[in-house]
Design a protein around this ligand. Structure first.
Ligand code: FAD
Ligand code: 2HG
Ligand code: ZN
Length: 477
């Protein structure tokens, strides 16, 4: 049978599951779904489909299985590793979950929210706040990323220090399997040792093992007050000593500890002059610290001031500005979150989303900075990140004046190799929070080692023997 005929039949059969307006086949309609946020990957798709219910998702998966057509699950398409972008064959379909955006239940006593995969993260935060709860997952893409995408990538963000990654916030999942069955694991239990943890298997699997359709997520009491401060630090060793001081003195009140180098903030200011660093001069490191309290405003303010005083006395910091109101606190956070956008404005860049044990971070930065500067004179190291988690965004922009696309074509591999070798030497990870997708597919085998990589392949083969769920992402079988 000719493939055109197979495709026509397949699209007709899709029409028996979804109404025509939820099946896009025209090129101009599909285009917005085919390129990732960073514009690194563009694919083709037979169709983009928008199911509304888990039952419809299951039917589509069964049809795809019968027709041997593979599926790329897609949420907000804000991922950094090309996981939600189809390949170039034009034979895959994109299954976009944005219509599955119902909040099914808020259980006040259990402090949980049950919601569908297509809920936008910011909407979930707002809904929780209306009910006087905190949903702590927070990241720069929160206005467009979706909870299913957050779960599928096990997203991190700026609150991990206190509340953990998306995995730590999830109690239960509903998943459509590669066979097109619906697994209902939507129990809001904090203890459940009944054999293998299927929930944890699907979280972080980037759409390669199942399609997440709903989840039960934890809620927390809404903090009564938050204090945000920016401090100037001379070096990374002092930044870590400062973190340890806050961990000791503020314990669980410490909810954010983010680091930005001078070069990152210079780039930010170049593209967003209104976001200039309010600290005096240009400190080598600017650290954003947030404390959240469940008692009085006064209590946390006093605590913050006394820890900062101790940090000044111990020469850990050279300057500090405490946000005097919510607007200023938001401006500090915007400054931190806009570095990614400033990098995008500047041109293509090479991202390295890495974690290093805090005890090796100073060695990593001094050695890698030196090697990079020696081998690539004029290189711009845009290093910032979630220091409290040991997670650096050690991004590389080409020397000023060079074409970034051309630079990346020439130097992407040797730069990745150099930086990842340093990461390995420090027993770190080549993907802290952004995942693997298609971007890091090749690097994963070397990084995980053959035993772990083979176990991952065995799991993929067992759960998706036909290889129809997001093939050639994370692991290839
Ligand atoms: P998508 O990009 O649509 O998909 C990501 C992966 O998940 C793909 O492999 C896709 O196939 C799969 N997938 C999506 N939905 C489902 C589903 N329902 N079932 C199964 N598989 C699915 N990430 C962080 O971790 N921390 C940050 O601080 C952070 N900041 C960011 C800031 C900006 C400005 C941007 C643009 C991105 C940032 N990200 C960050 C990356 C990104 O937002 C996260 O990876 C996010 O979790 C992706 O969600 P999404 O809905 O956009 O998923
Ligand atoms: C952040 O922490 C995001 O702001 C984006 O994870 C990091 O741009 C990046 O590399
Ligand atoms: Zn990040």
């Amino acid at each position: 049978m000719r493939s055109e005929h197979v495709n026509t039949t397949f699209i007709e059969q899709l029409g028996s599951i979804l109404e025509p307006q939820f099946i896009l086949t025209a090129d101009q309609d599909k285009t917005p779904y085919l390129t990732d946020w960073r514009k690194r990957f563009t694919g083709k798709a037979l169709a983009v489909v928008f199911p509304k219910t888990s039952d419809e998702v299951a039917k589509i998966v069964r049809l795809c299985s019968d027709s041997n057509i593979s599926i790329v699950p897609q949420g907000g398409h804000t991922g950094f590793c090309g996981g939600a972008t189809p390949d170039a064959s034009g034979k895959q379909i994109i299954l976009n979950l944005k219509r599955m955006n119902a909040i099914r239940e808020i259980d006040r006593a259990n402090q949980t929210i049950t919601l569908e995969a297509g809920c936008i993260l910011q909407t979930v935060q707002e809904k929780a706040a209306q009910e006087d709860f905190l949903f702590p997952l927070s990241l720069g893409a929160e206005g467009s990323c979706m909870i299913g995408g957050n779960l599928a990538t096990n997203a991190g963000g700026t609150n991990v220090l206190r509340y953990g990654n998306t995995r730590d916030l999830c109690l239960g999942l509903e998943v459509v399997t590669a066979k097109g069955e619906i697994w209902n694991g939507l129990k809001g239990l904090r203890k459940d040792n009944t054999g293998y943890d299927l929930r944890d298997l699907f979280i972080g699997s980037e759409g390669t093992l199942g399609i997440i359709t709903a989840a039960v997520m934890k809620l927390y009491p809404l903090p009564v007050s938050q204090w945000t401060t920016l401090v100037a630090v001379d070096n990374i060793a002092s930044s870590i000593a400062l973190l340890n001081l806050f961990q000791k003195r503020a314990t669980s009140l410490l909810t954010g500890f983010e680091m930005m180098t001078e070069e990152s903030l210079d780039l930010n200011e170049k593209h967003f002059p209104q976001m200039a660093n309010p600290l005096k001069g240009k400190p080598p490191y600017t650290v954003l610290i947030e404390l959240s309290d469940y008692e009085s405003e006064e209590h946390v303010r006093q605590l913050l001031e006394s820890v900062l005083e101790e940090a000044f006395d111990g020469s850990l910091i050279t300057d500090a500005v405490i946000a005097s109101n919510l607007t200023q606190a938001n401006a500090f956070w915007h400054m931190r979150e806009h570095i990614t956008l400033a990098q995008a404005e500047e041109g293509a860049n090479l991202k390295h989303d890495i974690t290093i044990p805090l005890s090796s971070l100073e060695r990593f930065i001094s050695q890698t900075d030196a090697l990079m500067k020696a081998q690539y004179p004029g290189i711009r190291i845009i290093n910032f990140g979630h220091l409290g988690d040991g997670n650096l965004h050690y991004n590389i922009a080409p020397p000023l004046g060079l074409d970034s696309q051309e630079f990346n074509r020439q130097y992407e591999k040797p730069i990745h190799d150099l930086i990842y070798a340093q990461v390995e030497a420090c027993h770190g990870s080549i993907s802290a929070e952004h995942g693997v997708g298609q971007l890091k597919l090749d690097g994963l085998r070397a990084h995980k080692g053959s035993v772990a990589h083979d176990l991952m392949k065995a799991l993929k083969t067992a759960l998706d023997p036909q290889n129809i769920l997001n093939p050639h992402k994370v692991v290839s079988i």
